[in-house]
Design a protein around this ligand. Structure first.
Ligand code: SAH
Length: 450
């Protein structure tokens, strides 16, 4: 096979990133936009040692799961990778991906994997958007999304995964920036001001936070921006300027200043109120987060006498949703604002048996062990890179009865479950859950016991 070859390809699998996989002379060819069951005419655009990449030229025989794409941006944007596939088929693919990771990476072949919990809403479910700002082709300021694997800005007025109120905020900011001739930030030169528009909606209360990420301490016309947003964005509760002066892909800088309203918004989840500040993590799909936490609560199996350790606790959501059924809760989180939120969240919900520490999870676990804390249940909810061996060794050496592991990456989860197994902890129950319909991501919750 060579570059620019035209091949006909039957798609029989999907990669973790959501590309279709077919084979030519035994070699895997990855094709974005393909569906399992398709037969395609594909142009080979790259040939590496063990695989090739193809571009879909024509659908010769469509997969029975193929549907018409309904978003004008989804091809170049790359956020949605399953928009051309029926949702039921997407769920099967995601469940398969979790099983595959467990077997191939974790060596866990006989695991009873529960059916994936699908999201009742596959559109407008996201409560958070981070919208890059740059120059458009017409020489005017533009907001949109980065094209797949690049920082090329694709204009996108209205993302189907987002609530309509975000579009109103985008339009208002665009209007204001035009009025004050505010320049977008240029990644190449480091010049210009506006980097990202970061939006959050507390779905249950309707409260909206607008945060402008700026390459400066502030922007001209902040007061006017606040007025315009108050007029146009129902539920606006907070306007924040975040300063990020670094040449970096990291979106948010370390400092936030509230221009108007509160420094946080409040959502309700599992019957509790949660304050969320700009730098704090918060699950992006409200209804699926409730299902996830409910399942995590079941897996924790609390009776009221347990000490629960919630590592990577964010604003305390998972632990606090369990606190009334536990004797004591200790949460650990690295981001200071999130730890502050967690403390306030315990207080506003009248929870008195919880305390939170701002620390690295592995270091805090070792410290807690030193202090003689013996948790009965440990909840783990790390970022994509997972927990790693030092934390797992420490957790296992504390001897909890159960570990509840919430993961947003099946590959690192499988690796970590194998590490737990070596320490005598067996996965007992495992349920995938779709937190991010139409995208390649899948969430999983696991209960391990000694
Ligand atoms: N359980 C929370 C947050 C999960 S996201 C919820 O459901 O809302 C993962 C969290 O881990 C983030 O809040 C992130 O700030 C935090 N984190 C990342 N690395 C960490 C580390 N090394 N130690 C402790 N917390 C960390």
């Amino acid at each position: 096979m060579r570059k620019n070859d035209m091949v006909s390809l039957a798609i029989d699998g999907m990669t973790a990133e959501g590309n279709g996989v077919g084979r030519v002379e035994g070699m895997a060819v990855f094709v974005p936009g393909a569906a399992p069951g398709d037969v395609l005419r594909v142009k080979i655009i790259k040939v590496a040692k063990k695989y090739a990449i193809g571009r879909l030229e024509e659908v010769l025989v469509p997969s029975p799961d193929r549907v018409k794409e309904d978003c004008p941006c989804s091809g170049p944007c790359g956020g949605c990778v399953y928009r051309h596939i029926r949702y039921e088929a997407e769920l099967r693919i995601k469940e398969g991906r979790v099983r595959d990771a467990m077997e191939r990476i974790g060596g866990l072949y006989h695991l009873a994997i529960q059916p994936i919990i699908g999201s009742p809403r596959t559109e407008q479910y996201r409560n958070k958007a981070q919208i890059p700002i740059g120059w458009g082709k017409d020489g005017r300021l533009q907001m949109g999304f980065y094209a797949r694997h690049s920082h090329r800005l694709i204009p996108c007025e209205h993302c189907l995964l987002q609530p309509p109120v975000f579009t109103r905020a985008v339009q208002a900011v665009q209007e204001w920036a035009g009025r004050y001739s505010i320049q977008p930030y240029e990644e190449q030169t480091g010049k210009g001001r506006l980097r990202h528009l970061y939006l959050r909606l507390a779905e249950a209360t309707g409260e909206v936070m607008v945060c402008l990420v700026v390459n400066a301490d502030g922007v001209p016309g902040e007061g006017e921006l606040a007025s315009l947003l108050r007029e146009r964005v129902p539920g606006l509760k907070s306007l924040v300027i975040n300063t990020n002066r670094e040449k970096t892909n990291v979106i948010l800088g370390p400092t936030c200043r509230t221009v108007w309203g509160q420094s946080y918004i409040t959502d309700t989840l599992c019957g509790l109120s949660f304050r969320i500040s700009p730098l704090s993590f918060y699950q992006v799909n409200h209804d699926q987060a409730e299902r996830l936490y409910t399942l995590a609560g079941e897996y924790a199996g609390l009776t009221g006498s347990e000490t629960v350790l919630d590592l990577y606790c964010g604003t305390g959501t998972i632990g606090l949703s369990m606190a009334k059924r536990a004797k004591r809760l200790i949460g650990v989180e690295l981001v200071g604002q999130a730890v502050e939120n967690a403390g306030a969240n315990a207080a506003i919900n009248g929870i008195q048996n919880a305390q939170f520490r701002c620390a690295d999870a592995a270091e805090a676990a070792a410290q807690l062990k030193e202090e003689g804390i013996r948790p009965d249940v440990v909840v783990l909810d790390p970022p994509r890179k997972g927990c790693g061996s030092s934390l797992i060794d420490t957790v296992a050496s504390m001897g909890p009865d159960r570990v509840v592991y919430v993961s947003c990456d099946p590959a690192t989860l499988a690796r970590d479950l194998a590490l737990f197994q070596k320490q005598g902890y067996e996965p007992q129950r495992l349920t995938p859950l779709d937190m991010f319909p139409r995208t390649a991501h899948v969430e999983t919750v696991v209960m391990l016991s000694r």
